[in-house]
Write a protein that binds this ligand. Structure first.
Ligand SMILES: *Cc1c(COP(=O)(O)O)cnc(C)c1O
Length: 405
């Protein structure tokens, strides 16, 4: 009799990789638990605590017994708060049937991909990209098509470049502005140019706006859907409370878009998550409707840190860092260090450099290759000024020890 391998895993598992950013954050945490004084620039979450008015809303929900299943696509109270947010911030009008709430924006994106894409579909993902986009597309059976951008183009895709990448199989493009990892954000003019191509070709835009509120120097955020009615019909906006309100652990994200797509996502959620956590939904209502003072304070602090980290990085010979407009990451070019060595060991990639920094000076950074660009590394500045200063001092020290071989 043929022996069945009971432990055989589905082929899709081998097609994806574990999230590299989570892996590095965990590795830094593990080293710290061993007593090693690691400076972790890996974190993909604000270092601030969830504001207390938001926590209080969750406590109240629990005390009132709001601890049962909710509708799969979220409670009306939260949908209404989201509708208000879109109206106020983005001048976009949606009805409840065009809104779905999920367990974090990552879950929203996953369910959206499950609802929209299948074998044979292509999804355009500009690089550098957020680590999960390609894998989410692959898990839906579709093919991610990476559209490379260079720092010399400001890490932005042009309308011409987008048009050339579109084939008869293209279903959508994923836009992420401000971007994780580059911090680059698209202006209204950029979006208008892109919208023209999108409407002409009739593809969808999945707009990941998770860093919408974390922008600097009076940068004005726009969503591509606000360019016009035609464009809005082709856009699914994904957003959430994780980054803006320091609520990464609460797991609330949401999408707004055409009713057909939103109801498909809701149907999938009914067989998957059942519903986003009841008490987190109440907390998210307070986040969106309560005082926004903590957001302003957090962004102000992030901006001071950005100014500091960009200046300090550019003072290290061999590192070039552009000034990002948003998010809480910098994505410096470190490629001029490639080819140099320490004790006979050559640095020839972002992974080599990240390993060297961790081994030599206990500094954790994320290699750019994880985001589809091997010439860069990503540093999160979601940490105190003191730690940023100490971390950069160590990086400077490690870089100074490299020799031309
Ligand atoms: C953090 C992040 C997300 C996921 O947010 P959650 O709501 O915590 O799931 C989505 N997109 C980008 C670009 C992110 O950086």
């Amino acid at each position: 009799m043929m022996k069945l391998n009971k432990m055989k895993l589905a082929a899709r598992v081998a097609r994806i990789k574990p999230s590299p950013t989570l892996a590095i954050t965990m590795k830094a945490k593990a080293l710290r638990a061993e007593g090693i004084d690691v400076i972790g620039f890996g974190a993909g979450e604000p270092d601030f605590d969830t504001p207390s008015n938001i926590k209080q809303a969750a406590i109240k929900a629990m005390d009132e017994g709001f601890t049962k299943y909710t509708p799969s696509g979220g409670i009306d109270e939260l949908k209404d708060a989201i509708i208000n947010k879109f109206q106020l911030d983005n001048k976009l009008t949606y009805s409840r049937s065009q809104i779905v709430v999920s367990c974090g924006a990552k879950d929203t994106l996953y369910n959206l991909a499950q609802a929209l894409f299948e074998e044979g579909d292509e999804v355009i993902i500009p690089s550098p990209y957020w680590v999960s986009y390609p894998d989410i597309v692959i898990l839906a059976g579709a093919t991610p098509v990476i559209l490379e951008t260079k720092e010399s183009d400001g890490f932005k895709i042009s309308p011409e470049k987008l048009e050339r990448a579109i084939t008869k199989n293209t279903r959508a493009i994923v836009l992420n502005s401000p971007s994780n990892p580059s911090g680059v954000a698209y202006s209204y003019d950029d979006l208008e140019g892109m919208a023209e191509v999108v409407v002409k070709k009739g593809i969808l835009v999945i707009s990941d706006d998770i860093y919408e509120k974390i922008v600097y120097d009076d940068f004005r955020f726009y969503n591509i859907a606000s360019v016009g009615e035609e464009m809005k019909k082709l856009t699914v906006v994904v957003n959430g409370v994780s980054k803006t309100y320091a609520m990464t652990g609460w797991r609330i994200g949401y999408a707004a878009g055409p009713e057909t797509i939103i109801s498909a996502v809701t149907k999938i959620q009914s067989q998957n998550i059942s519903n986003p956590t009841s008490i987190s939904q109440k907390a998210a209502v307070e986040a969106l409707e309560g005082s926004q003072d903590t957001v302003f304070k957090m962004v102000k602090e992030f901006q001071a840190r950005r100014d500091y980290i960009v200046e300090k990085l550019n003072n290290i010979p061999g590192i070039n860092c552009m000034n990002p407009q948003g998010a809480f990451y910098v994505f410096p070019d470190v490629s001029s260090l490639y080819g140099m060595s320490f004790n006979g060991k050559k640095i020839s990639s972002s992974t080599d450099l990240a390993e060297y920094l961790l081994d030599k000076v206990d500094v954790a950074v994320v290699p750019g290759v994880a985001f589809g660009n091997d010439n860069h590394i990503r540093l999160s500045y979601a940490m105190s000024m003191e730690n940023i200063g100490e971390g950069l001092r160590r990086i400077g020290e490690a870089v100074a020890k490299l020799t031309v071989s």
